[in-house]
Each structure stands twice: as structure tokens, then as C-alpha cells.
Design a binder for this molecule. Sequence first.
Ligand SMILES: Cc1cc2nc3c(=O)[nH]c(=O)nc-3n(C[C@H](O)[C@H](O)[C@H](O)COP(=O)(O)OP(=O)(O)OC[C@H]3O[C@@H](n4cnc5c(N)ncnc54)[C@H](O)[C@@H]3O)c2cc1C
Length: 311
Amino acid sequence: MAGILIYSDKNDYALELLTAARIITASSGLDVRALSINNDSQAEALAGAGAEVCKINNTAIALADASALANAIKQAVEKLDINTILLSSNLRGRELAGRLAQIIGTACLTGVSAVKLNGDKLECQRNALGGATVATQYIATEKKVIAIVPRSFEKAPAGTGKISELEVDVQATPGLKLVETKAKSEDSVDIEAAEVLVAVGQGLNSKDDLPMVEALVKALGGELACSKPVATDKKWLSEERIIGLSGKKCKPELAVLLGISGQVQFNVGIRDAGTIVAVNSDENAYVNKMADYVLVDDLHKVVAELNKILA
Ligand SMILES: Cc1cc2nc3c(=O)[nH]c(=O)nc-3n(C[C@H](O)[C@H](O)[C@H](O)COP(=O)(O)OP(=O)(O)OC[C@H]3O[C@@H](n4cnc5c(N)ncnc54)[C@H](O)[C@@H]3O)c2cc1C
């Protein structure tokens, strides 16, 4: 019987895809397989969550070579009789989704935040109109490539799975050469993985005020994030820290939003947070409508007070 195959370059996202696949298969009876490519620890982690893992070990496939990855997954799809492939909608996953859909001759949906089987249609929810609304869409062809936004699903709990080897015949993409591998820059951060986020917006007076916000971040054990203009216009922080439509979609337990107006393109990246605290000098700021707690005050004063209390 045709089944579902999950693959992500990141272990945590792969475990989330396993949960998404199980939600789909709960009513369909389809098989779920998890794929790991040159990643033995991921194979172990997935098997430890009860997955039936197919492990590919092939040195011709580099993680950065999306074309070779897509070819490997295509062969897995054929060998395992798969009709639905779930990928993560991170940077690599989105590129992979397009390439894979193209070589297997089907369509793909990226940025999917929820899935539901409705009859024979696998309905997918995605933000539309810049995040102002959510569209429900499905792929009408038999084979489907769906890329799911990280943290849309919980990680699969522990279970007992198994691992088997899968052989594929894939060559490295001609013309693609790995020139250099560099460690990430000092400011590199994974805000999607953070349980606590403190985000600053243009309400912050100057770059010189960042240390006080960083002190709050440290006291709360979180990560620092920002609205888009803080990174792209002011260049106070790296673009990796942007929350929103053009940045990251985050789902922390706690989000503290400092001097951010709450335009839809920002809100779409944080509205699923567990608890949202907004600090804004404008009592009518849009962000207040989304927040669980609102503090109408100067953020500099509030951060200084909080730092004193938490010291
Ligand atoms: C296609 C597109 C994609 C986009 N994608 C993104 C995205 O991914 N992420 C994103 O963030 N934006 C995105 N934007 C931009 C977005 O529309 C907003 O312009 C942006 O989010 C505004 O950033 P901000 O809230 O920091 O600044 P502002 O809108 O200028 O808001 C500053 C806020 O700070 C408050 N404030 C001022 N001084 C203080 C103070 N002393 N104390 C407390 N509060 C104070 C003000 O009342 C105001 O609410 C996108 C726009 C487009 C068109």
C-alpha cells in the first residue's frame, strides 16, 4: 500500500514530521517511513520515536546538494511505494521540496502549518495574503510533496522502531563543488528552537540600548529576536533573528515583544507563542490585540526595571 515518507536535515524537525505523518495515517491506515541520509544519529533518534527508518549512507550525497538529495528521495519513493512526502519548510527543505516535486512530476506545497485528511484529499493550511488569512489547499495529483513549517507539530514521543538500510544510486551533481565549510558567525542563532524569545522593534531608541535587552534575554534564559526593520534597515542585528513572514515562524513558550507595532507580517511569525507579553508606549498598537499581557510604557524603563528584579 502506498505510504508516507518523511525527511528533514534536522533531527527535531524530522520528529515533528513523524507526528504530522501519524495524524494523517491515523484515519488512512497508510504506512509511515522515515528517511535518514548520511545521518546515523538521526536514524537512531527516529527509531527511538517508533519510526520505521530507512537509512541511506552514500558519500556522493552532500547535504548542500539539494539535487542529489532530491534524486535519493525520488529513488526511495519508488522503492518504498510512497505517495506523500513530508519535508520541513526550512531553508533547505523548501529548496528540496521544489526540486523533488519537479523530478517526480508533481506539485508541492511549502509553508504548511496544519494537515488534515478529508476524504481522499490531504488538506493543507498555509498563510495567505501576507499572513492576513489562512488558506486551505490540497494537491490534486496522486503524489504529493508537502513542506511543513518547523514547530507546527510536537515532536513524536519515545517508541520502538527499526532501522533498515536503503541503497540508492546517486551521483554528486556535476558542476557543484563544495569549496569551503565555515563555522557559523558569532551572531548565528536558531530562534525557531527557542522556548523564550525577547524581540525588539523600532521602538528601541538606539543600538546602544541593545545590551540592556541582552541582559533581559540572559536573565530569562532565552534568545534575542527582532522585527524586520531592526535587521534590514537599521542593521542592529542579523537577519537570522527576524520574526515574521520574511523571517522565522516561531512558537516559543514565552515571547516578550518590546517596541514592536505588530503588523501582520510580523505577527504571523509569533502568534502561536504560548504566552505573549507586549511592551509598547502606544495603547492602541496592533500588537496589543495579539498579546496575553500588555504593558503600556516606555520599553527602556520597563527593561531596566525587569533587569533589576531578575538580577
Ligand atoms: C512583504 C513584506 C514582508 C514583511 N515581512 C516582515 C517580517 O518578516 N517581519 C517583520 O517584522 N516585518 C516585516 N515586514 C514589515 C512590517 O510590515 C512592519 O513594517 C514591521 O514589522 C514594523 O517593525 P516595528 O514594529 O519594529 O516598527 P514600527 O512599526 O515602527 O513600530 C514601532 C513600535 O514601537 C513603539 N514604540 C516607540 N517607542 C517606544 C518606546 N520608547 N517604548 C515602547 N514602545 C515604543 C511604537 O508605538 C510602535 O508600535 C514586511 C513587510 C512587507 C511588505
